[in-house]
Design a binder for this molecule. Structure first.
Ligand code: CMC
Length: 392
């Protein structure tokens, strides 16, 4: 047709304008609404960063209190929605449980589905932020066969999530402030990353005027893939495999470089970062602190650091500008905190939620938004005549 350009994987095509997140991949820079990720990770909180991403500015104390209180009021799940979890097999991966339950929010909260009604969008925003940690904790409880805990709204979002995940109904749950802080910081690091696969999915689904819950559910599914958010689980599985096979990282790297059976160094490489992922640098420091405190995982941390060191000195990785990404060290921290490997991508989804919401809302507020509808270059048959079945 003469006007269609082909760009597989959108390597060089901007799908939108956006004022939310800035990445300079050559220099390893990441900023949310202009604020460097390093400052946010050190000084801010996940709830504050959520506010920043969604509304564009850091909140005043009064705004933050109001936002926090509104979220507190919505942490419980509809009792019928809780029964939803009964229908899943216990050995289900928590990611499809998560995305299904989030999609089901559209069935239970029909008073906040209209994408053109600002109050309804606000209500669905608050409901999602409040309920996703509860859904995530219940997906875990389901997998281990333990009773669900109601949220305790005297706790903050991360504390509440940890208690609902690891606590028991009749026992007090002792929160470790260092773990709370580390998890909060990891959620900040995951909170947005401009037009990645899951965020683009949320925008594309939302561009048809589909409601916020269902658009976010689509994003969760996109995130599950091992090339995207599923990489944090894949990294730990890779490290476990290296240990199980005798701990020979050099041999593993050789297989990666020879592309044997398509094996990759998981947690390495990025479409945009061609320099160290600034998030990975922060996570690496935290991994040291948390593993020192909690113990366990030291052998895996040594293997991970050995792999990183060897890869960064190896021509294969240097030529291709492959560096550790955010997922390389996070799994070690999550495991030390007590999360099973399968929950890692759920934690990523909890972190990415405010970013997805911010992008969905930015798209809806932009009067130039059109339904997402890529073109194609047709490579099939030209016209041919239908054959009756007995003549084929
Ligand atoms: N291990 C070995 N080789 C790699 C890796 C890796 N992790 N990543 C890229 N390469 C090679 C790739 O084979 C290709 O080599 P060649 O030119 O010889 O064919 C070259 O580097 C360029 O890679 P690409 O696949 O064209 O790059 P991309 O931008 O399409 O893919 C990526 C980016 C993140 C999907 C890819 O680097 C990858 O699969 N990494 C492992 C999975 C991972 O860690 N994903 C998490 C990404 S960060 C957080 C998130 O988004 O969730």
């Amino acid at each position: 047709t003469g006007y269609t350009t082909l760009d597989p994987g959108f390597v060089n095509t901007a799908s939108t304008k956006s004022a939310i997140t800035y990445i300079d991949g050559a220099n390893g820079i990441l900023r949310y609404r202009g604020y460097p990720i390093e400052q946010l990770a050190q000084k801010s909180t996940f709830i504050e960063v959520s506010y920043l991403l969604i509304y564009g500015e850091l909140p005043t104390a009064a705004q933050l209190e109001d936002f926090t209180n509104r979220i507190r009021r919505h942490t419980m799940l509809h009792e019928d929605l809780k029964r939803f979890f009964d229908g899943f097999p216990r050995n289900a991966h928590p990611m499809p449980v998560l995305s299904s339950a989030v999609n089901a929010l559209s069935a239970y909260y029909q008073d906040s589905l209209d994408p053109d009604d600002a109050d309804q969008v606000e209500l669905s925003t608050i409901r999602l932020l409040a309920k996703l940690p509860t859904i995530a904790a219940y997906a875990y409880k389901k997998s281990v066969g333990q009773p669900f805990l109601y949220p305790d709204n005297s706790l903050n979002l991360v504390e509440n999530f940890l208690r609902m995940t690891f606590g028991f109904p009749a026992e007090p749950y002792e929160l470790d402030p260092e773990i709370v802080k580390a998890l909060d910081m990891l959620l900040i690091l995951h909170a947005d990353h401009e037009q990645n696969c899951s965020t683009s999915t949320v925008r594309l689904v939302g561009s048809s005027d589909a409601n916020l819950f269902t658009s976010i559910s689509g994003g969760i599914n996109a995130l599950w893939g091992p090339l995207h958010g599923g990489a944090n689980q894949a990294v730990l599985e890779m490290l476990d495999r290296i240990v199980a096979e005798g701990g020979d990282s050099a041999d593993f790297l050789r297989r990666v470089k020879n592309k044997e059976d398509g094996v990759k160094l998981m947690g390495f490489g990025h479409r945009v970062y061609k320099n160290y992922d600034p998030r990975a640098a922060i996570v690496k420091d935290t991994a040291h602190t948390i593993l020192e405190k909690l113990g366990g995982g030291d052998q895996l941390l040594d293997i991970a650091m050995g792999l990183e060191e060897a890869a960064l000195a190896d021509d294969y990785f240097v030529e291709r500008k492959l560096y550790p990404n955010v997922d390389f060290y996070t799994g070690l921290i999550y495991r030390a905190m007590g999360f099973p490997t399968r929950m890692f991508t759920v934690l990523f989804a909890m972190g990415r939620l405010p970013g997805w919401i911010a992008h969905w809302r930015e798209m809806h507020e932009d009067p130039t938004t059109k339904i997402g509808r890529p073109r194609q270059i047709y490579t099939g048959y030209t016209e041919r005549d239908y054959n009756d079945i007995e003549r084929r």
